[in-house]
Design a protein around this ligand. Sequence first.
Ligand SMILES: Cc1cc2nc3c(=O)[nH]c(=O)nc-3n(C[C@H](O)[C@H](O)[C@H](O)COP(=O)(O)OP(=O)(O)OC[C@H]3O[C@@H](n4cnc5c(N)ncnc54)[C@H](O)[C@@H]3O)c2cc1C
Length: 302
Amino acid sequence: MRELIIVGAGPAGITAAVYAARKKIDFMLVTEDIGGQTLLSSDVENYTGYQFITGQDLVAKFEEHLKQFGVEAKTGEPAVRILQAKDGSFTVETKKAAYQAKAVIVASGRRPRWLDAAGEEALRNKGVSYCATCDGPLFSKKHVAVIGGGNSALDAALQMMHIATFVYLIDINPELGGDPIMREKVMAAANAKIFNSAVTKEIRGSQFVEGIRFEQNGVSRDLDVQGVFVEIGSIPNSDIIDFVAKNENGEIIIDNINSTNIAGIFAAGDVTDVPEKQIIVAAGEGAKAVLGVSRYLYKSGA
Ligand SMILES: Cc1cc2nc3c(=O)[nH]c(=O)nc-3n(C[C@H](O)[C@H](O)[C@H](O)COP(=O)(O)OP(=O)(O)OC[C@H]3O[C@@H](n4cnc5c(N)ncnc54)[C@H](O)[C@@H]3O)c2cc1C
C-alpha cells in the first residue's frame, strides 16, 4: 500500500511526481507515455522561461527533472480502471497488475475525438491522422482534407498549406470558428478550399486513404485526397474512473485544491473541468494536487 499513485505523465503528472518526490511521499507513477499531448506541439511559446521550445524538447527537460528523483514509473502500462476499497484506499488496475494507494491523482489528460465516419477506423494511420504536427510531413505534395472548423483545424490547415499541394477544409458549421487571424490566412490561401455546412460521411480507400465523401446541403460530394486530418476536438481520459463526479463533457470536477467529491481522489490538468487546457496550467495543477494530497495524508493520519 503506497501513499499515492499518480496516473498519467503529461505536464500535470510529471510535475505532480516532482512535487511528491520532494515531499518524500511514498508514490508511484502509472502511465501510458511520458509527455502526453505536449509531445504533439511543434512550437511552445507560452511556457515561462522558454521563449520558444518544441514540445518534445520541453518534455525532455521535464523527464530530466523527473530522473533526478529516481521515481518508480510504470510506463507503457496504462490504468484500465480505478477502484475504491471499503477502507477508503484505492486500487489502480492495469493489464499487468493492480497497485494500491491511500490517494490517487488522476492526470490522464485528453485524446483526440474521432469522427465516427465510415472507413475512419480501418484507415487510421493509413492516411487518417489526428495530429498534423506529427504526421504532416508524410503528405508532402499530396492532396489532404482537414475536418473541423475551430482553432486546431485552422492550425492543421495552415501547417498543411506549406507541405501539401492542396488542402480542403471540411467544416460541419455554416461558418468557421477559431481566431480571426488564422481564419483570414486560411481563407486567403491559394491552395486551400473551404466547405462549410459539410458533414463527412466516409473516408474511402482500400489500403490507404484515397478520398472522402461528404454531404453539403443535401448533396453528396467526393474529393480525392491521400490524407485526412481529423481536428474536431478532444475528450478527457476519464473513463478509467466511474465513481467521481464529472461534468457534461466527462471532465472530472475538482475544487480549488484539486480534490474531487471522493476523499483521497485528486485530479489535475486537462482531464479536469479547469477550462484552460495549457501546459503551464496543467503543470501548476499537478503541483497543487500534490500539496492537496500531502494535506489529506497528514489529516487522515497516514
Ligand atoms: C497539437 C497540440 C498542440 C498544443 N500546443 C500547446 C502550446 O503550444 N502551449 C500550451 O500551453 N499548450 C498546448 N497544447 C495543450 C497542452 O498540450 C495540454 O494542455 C497539456 O499537455 C495537458 O497536460 P496533462 O498532463 O493534463 O495531459 P496530457 O498532456 O494529455 O497527458 C496525459 C498523460 O496521461 C497518460 N494517460 C492517458 N490515459 C492513461 C491511462 N488510462 N492510464 C495511465 N496514463 C494515461 C498519457 O500517456 C499522458 O502521459 C497543445 C495540445 C495539442 C494537442
